[in-house]
Design a binder for this molecule. Structure first.
Ligand code: NAP
Length: 281
């Protein structure tokens, strides 16, 4: 079984991006800039943002974090986004989710210029991705896609099953696999026989949020299994796939932690660089 090492893949991607940033600096005499807006003091969000800033600096991006207390008015955030939209030194804008209840998430997402939307959540980017046009792609599914392509460069005709249909993970993942000419089934909480669907798959991507939902007798021999789940349990952090048993049947499997997670941040940096390059045309 191939253990898909997301940490290693992310480190390799960051090295490639570092080189690219240095070439862009030579060519344009400036570097891509990422601005993250962090609202409130939720610990996980603070950790994510700190890691994003550290990684951005590591590859040579200009990075900035704007912090607001969780009492900040929606208007203040929207005005700041408007200002960042106009700022030529800012290539990418990310508002760390979740937001306090009094702030309308969709309004915030739609306030970001689609060309600076490094999360790929703006409806324009969602539409472009599903129409097969150039777009920012949500970072976690992009990371999954790059890991799958490392194992199997030609996905044409493969049967893929995506478990979970969130806007963040399942839906964009489906679009990426479809673009690669996979035959894709997207499943969710109302799917009648999830085990039977999974057993058909050459590729399974599980993005559900239920600890160890996908068992070994759901997985076809030699399938590629990508585990997006991050679930806190009494036994520590586990994924949506029962790692120990599935590793006995799968051809390749991502661990949790150390699989998809590290790729998510590396893909955010990649998206920032892509936004910068598109803005220079
Ligand atoms: P979400 O928005 O809660 O969506 C979960 C999806 O799973 C929904 O579509 C839901 O179906 C489906 N589902 C729930 N129970 C199911 C069941 N019994 N059988 C089949 N499908 C079921 O979650 P998310 O934001 O996509 O996140 C999923 C997991 O990924 C979480 O553990 C999260 O922490 C993790 N995550 C990891 C990363 C990373 O970087 N590795 C990034 C983001 C999220 P319905 O639509 O029918 O409700």
């Amino acid at each position: 079984m191939i253990l898909i090492d997301g940490k290693k893949a992310a480190a390799e991607l960051r090295e490639e991006l570092k080189l690219e940033v240095s070439e862009l600096k030579t060519k344009y005499n400036k570097v891509p800039g990422l601005t993250v807006i962090l609202i409130g003091d939720m610990t996980p969000s603070q950790i994510y943002v700190r890691n994003k800033e550290k990684s951005a600096n590591e590859v040579g991006l200009k990075s900035e974090v704007i912090k607001y207390p969780d009492t900040v008015e929606e208007k203040t955030v929207l005005e700041k986004i408007e200002e960042l939209n106009k700022d030529e030194t800012v290539s990418g804008i990310l508002v760390q989710l979740p937001l306090p209840k009094h702030i309308d998430k969709q309004k915030v997402i739609e306030a970001i210029l689609p060309s600076k939307d490094v999360d790929g959540f703006h409806p324009m980017n969602v539409g472009n991705l599903s129409s097969g046009y150039e777009s920012s792609i949500p970072c976690t599914p992009l990371g999954c896609y790059l890991l799958i392509k490392k194992i199997e460069p030609n996905l044409s005709g493969k049967k893929a099953v995506v478990v979970g249909r969130s806007n963040l993970n399942g839906k964009p993942m489906t679009q990426l696999l479809l673009k690669e000419n996979c035959t894709v089934t997207i499943t969710h909480s109302r799917t009648k026989d999830l085990k039977a669907e999974c057993l058909e798959a050459d590729i399974i991507v599980a993005a559900v949020g239920i600890p160890e939902l996908v068992k070994s007798d759901w997985v076809k021999k030699d399938a590629i299994v990508i585990d997006v789940g991050i679930n806190k349990t009494d036994n520590g952090i586990v994924g949506d796939v029962a790692f120990n048993e599935v590793s006995k049947v799968a051809k390749a499997l991502t661990p949790v932690p150390g699989g998809v997670g590290p790729m998510t941040i590396a893909c955010l940096l990649k998206n920032t660089i892509e936004c910068f390059k598109r803005s220079q045309i």
